[in-house]
Ligand binder design. Sequence first.
Ligand SMILES: Nc1nc2c(c(=O)[nH]1)N[C@H]1C(S)=C(S)[C@@H](COP(=O)(O)O)O[C@H]1N2
Ligand SMILES: [Mo]
Length: 437
Amino acid sequence: MSIRETDVAELGAVEPNLEPSTTDLMVAGNGLMSRRLLLGLGLGGAGLTVASGALGADFSMPVWSKQPGPGPSGYGQPSRFVADIQRDPGRANPLYPGGGASRTPLHQLRGTITPNGLHFERHHAGVPEIDPAAHAVFINGLVERPLAFDYESLLRYPMVSRTQFLECSGNSGALFRDAAVDGTAQSINGLVSCAEWTGIPLSVLLDEAGVSPEARWVSAVGADAASMGRSIPLNKAVDDVLVALFQNGEPLRPEQGYPVRLFVPGWEGNVSVKWLTQIKLSKEPSQFRDETSKYTDTLADRSSLQFTFPMGVKSIITSPSGKMQLQTHGLYQIEGLAWSGAGSISKVEISADGGATWAEAAIDAQAGDKSLARFRLPWRWQGNSAQLISRATDNYGNIQPTRNQLLAEKGALAFYHFNAQQCWDVSSNGEVKNTYV
Ligand SMILES: Nc1nc2c(c(=O)[nH]1)N[C@H]1C(S)=C(S)[C@@H](COP(=O)(O)O)O[C@H]1N2
Ligand SMILES: [Mo]
């Protein structure tokens, strides 16, 4: 995969005028500068570059200004000049036709919303092509009135919209390995995305069916060939779970569960069952394959924890990040994403010296609880080797652990729920690489 130079947010090689003296604005070791400088630096850098003619392009009347372009179209596509911004589908496994995952190009996106065509995918038996006219969602088991909803009837319900992240519990799992993988923010951390999900609160549909007093669990089953099922405690199901039909304003993409999926905020992606067809109320969990042989956390003594649902507080630096190349010494913007399955992000700190000293980043966009937050901090790179780390804290005071703390807590057999601090090593020649500290 190619990383373009523009993916690194360089703020201009020429140092803008800093008031008061630059050293006063250095807030932590190895070049980290105060977040109060962000706006001034961005404008200063860009203005200087244009004025000095360093862009290298000819700005006299270009061809697109001389003749009309094509007219309106039915469904818009990205510019061909960004055709390299793609999900990374990885390798297919012939043992699981259609199974696998594709990862979001986190290092090439800005803001906090993942475009629908770039939302990460995880399928256990491929993407079913469901005709909504031949699909229904059944609610049965311990209810007063078993019900069936077709797509048209679901569309008639009042809906709510929430901007929230979805993360596979296998995300960043490569960082459990002993040797640090040489990957990108996408290949290592790209199983997380964020969208505005619109749908019907599950509690509304459960109320219509009339949940029996002895019911404690809700089992959700998908209509794909994997028959993926997961059991969810009833109290979560009636708290904030959505029967989602829209994603960033348009009907769900087939890859995200068209025509209807469960969306379970803040919990491991696996429980957000796509292509939803059944909701069954019961006293006990169903013990589906995906909550027994998979999606359990094996401890050092080889016993396993089941139903470890919430996603921990986490952050990653998306720029500069793995396999990028810093071209010139000067000012850069360190930026990245932070999130917590428990709530919102209250603080992100950044270190440029492997965790010895820290500076607080600016958090400039966060749509609410359980959404992605975008953070930034200016950094001056003068050609010395640097170890960039981010550390997030959520509104419950949960702090993202170090890798050593996480390994000590989870043991050597751990596979899911890696949420530890990650380190990008910047070498003296500007190469950026995943490393452990
Ligand atoms: N029916 C069904 N639901 C499913 C899956 C699946 O394979 N089949 N994969 C699960 C997993 S492991 C994850 S991480 C999320 C991924 O959702 P996405 O593909 O919309 O990103 O869907 C979950 N829901
Ligand atoms: Mo997943």
